[in-house]
Design a protein around this ligand. Structure first.
Ligand SMILES: [Mg+2]
Length: 311
């Protein structure tokens, strides 16, 4: 929201005196300008929303057509994307907390807004809504990523994973959260020292990148390329780690297949001429260093191999 634009407030209040107090309070506010549209019921609010848009909703809970927490639920259905601040006459913490649970961003006591209280509540609610919207956008971006992404706390316990992580490992977010990836996904292929090097690196605040084999929920193994970045707070202390993984199982399989094709005869799976010449060159080079040694090269011919070839 631009700093210079007035904040558009929709006030739903059936007591004219209370509505007047709200308007007067917002007129006195320093810093921002508020425009207030006032209606007296949820029905009137719905009507009003058809022709105008607002930044924030100030909501009295006792209205001619709705009462109590139900008013918040109904209002929430009418305005999904703007913060709702409840105007309450009740000095009841329990009830106020329930109002927050029902979807209110905040609550203020009627007739007791205090200095700048109502304007501040609106300002904070809008600020939080903006942060939340940005947060949702970032989460959506991470969710669409093809890479498996996990966030862990400083002790390496998982606190968040994206959908690609679930696709890759078979573990849902609920199943993964709270567990350490080194336990949850451990295939037993990497030894203690492998993880120790990784841990030493990231605890020093360095990025780590490497290939490893992990185990899925169904017990199958997969190759992954993993990079881990430590996240620090403003004081420079590590608070979280972000791990981004790429499933390279298919790449590994193709690599092995290519290697095999390059080195072996497809029919017999024996080493081909290329490997033979390579090994021979290596042996000759080795022998050249040991002048006292000699070697023999044995050539064995298979009779009628053509028949094997033909069948
Ligand atoms: Mg009322």
């Amino acid at each position: 929201m631009s700093v210079n634009m007035p904040i558009r407030v929709l006030l739903v209040e059936d007591e004219a005196g209370d509505a007047q107090l709200v308007k007067m309070d917002l007129q006195k506010a320093q810093g921002e300008t508020f425009t207030v549209a006032w209606v007296e019921s949820l029905g009137a609010m719905q009507h009003c929303l058809q022709s105008s848009t607002f930044d924030v909703l100030l909501l009295d809970l006792s209205l001619p057509d709705s009462d109590g927490l139900e008013t918040i639920h109904k209002a929430r259905q009418l305005v999904v994307d703007i913060p709702i601040i409840v105007l309450t006459g009740r000095c009841d913490t329990d009830f106020s907390l329930k109002a927050l649970e029902a979807g209110a961003a905040d609550y203020v006591m009627k007739g007791n807004f205090g200095y700048d209280g109502l304007a501040r509540a609106i300002r904070y609610a809008l600020f939080r809504a903006e942060l939340e919207a940005r947060n949702n956008l970032l989460v959506a971006a991470l969710e669409t990523a093809a890479n498996g992404i996990m966030i862990t706390d400083k002790s390496a316990a998982i606190t968040w994973v994206n959908s690609a992580f679930t696709r890759l490992t078979g573990y849902s977010a609920e199943e993964a959260i709270g567990h350490k990836p080194t336990v949850l996904l451990n295939s037993g292929v990497q030894d203690e020292s492998f993880y120790q090097v990784m841990w030493d690196n990231i605890m020093q605040g360095k990025h780590w990148r490497g290939e490893l084999i992990n185990k899925r929920k169904n017990g199958s193994f997969y190759h992954k390329e993993l990079s881990i970045a430590p996240v620090k707070n403003t004081a420079g202390n590590i608070t979280h780690f972000i791990g981004i993984k790429d499933d390279i199982t298919e790449c590994k399989r193709l690599e092995e297949q290519l290697q095999k094709l390059a080195n072996t005869d497809p029919l017999t799976h024996l080493f081909n001429r290329r490997v033979f010449l390579e090994k021979l060159a290596q042996e000759i080079a080795r022998l050249a260093r040991f002048t006292t040694q000699s070697a023999a090269l044995l050539m064995i011919d298979l009779d009628h191999f053509k028949r094997v070839n033909d069948t």
